[in-house]
Design a protein. Structure first.
Length: 268
């Protein structure tokens, strides 16, 4: 049996012991440390932290958009930093040129579902649609398929992880929550990030949101976070680089023709 399949099976069996916990992750309000140890249960499928090297990954959820994402991309380009963007299919459909810019500037793209549903509350068919619909939009906009997935709210359970693993994804949560979705000022975003960073950290921020979310604090905090962590000896890398060869997923892997996905390449 392939080690990934064995890991999935072992994880499902072992994780049944946690079924009675009823763990629920609120929308970015609770770091996923209060979940079962999915990284141990599904070592080839789930990650929330990289190896303990002096590297960190900046990740941005819920984009792209035409406001905050563009400002964040400008800062990253100016600072020479590559990040990872977990994008929504509906947002890629609205802003395909921004998604294409993300790829062209060397950042990693991940699948974040189509419309930000809690995947623990949908059936298998709906979960498959959320993932596949986003992949279609990504391929149309960029010519690539994502191989990393982040569930909305970080909300996963054994069934969700198992299904995503069988679909070929590595599921990525985070170890540092900036809590920027609360529309907090830049000083608080900086404090939330720097107080929690450790070697191998995966840092959660947002590059878009609903009309009530004001992310000016995220934008203003970003250069401060970059400068402070660089001064402390940290290197900024994408999720594929952070997780390295142990991750089955590969960023920006050229799309393989699938019967369920469009074969149009907009990069021509």
């Amino acid at each position: 049996m392939h080690k990934s399949s064995l890991a999935l099976l072992t994880g499902v069996v072992t994780a049944s012991l946690f079924a009675a916990l009823g763990v629920t992750t609120r929308a970015a309000a609770t770091r996923p440390t209060d979940q079962p140890d999915y990284a141990h249960l599904f070592p080839h499928v789930f990650a929330r932290q990289g190896p303990p090297r002096r590297q960190v990954s900046l990740t941005f959820d819920d984009g792209p958009d035409s406001r905050y994402t563009l400002q964040i991309l400008d800062i990253l380009k100016r600072e020479g930093v590559q990040a990872t963007f977990f994008v929504l299919g509906e947002q890629v459909r609205r802003y395909p040129n921004v998604a294409l810019r993300i790829v062209r500037e060397g950042h990693a793209l991940g699948n974040h579902s189509f419309d930000h549903r809690n995947l623990r509350k949908v059936d298998k068919q709906a979960l498959t649609w959320e993932v596949a619909a986003t992949e279609r939009e990504l391929f149309r906009a960029t010519g690539y398929h994502a191989r990393f997935f982040r569930a909305p709210y970080g909300s996963v359970d054994c069934k969700v992880i198992t299904q995503l693993g069988r679909m070929g994804y590595t599921v990525v949560n985070w170890s540092v929550d900036s809590r920027d979705w609360r529309s907090i000022p830049a000083t608080q975003v900086v404090k939330n990030v720097l107080s929690e960073v450790r070697p191998g950290a995966i840092i959660l921020q947002h590059c878009a949101g609903n009309e009530r979310e004001i992310l000016t604090g995220t934008v203003a905090a970003l250069p401060v976070i970059i400068h402070r962590l660089r001064a402390d000896g940290y290197q900024f890398v994408t999720i594929p680089t952070l997780l390295g060869p142990d991750a089955r997923a590969v960023h920006a892997k050229p799309a393989v023709k699938r019967t369920s996905l469009s074969s149009v390449n907009p990069l021509r």
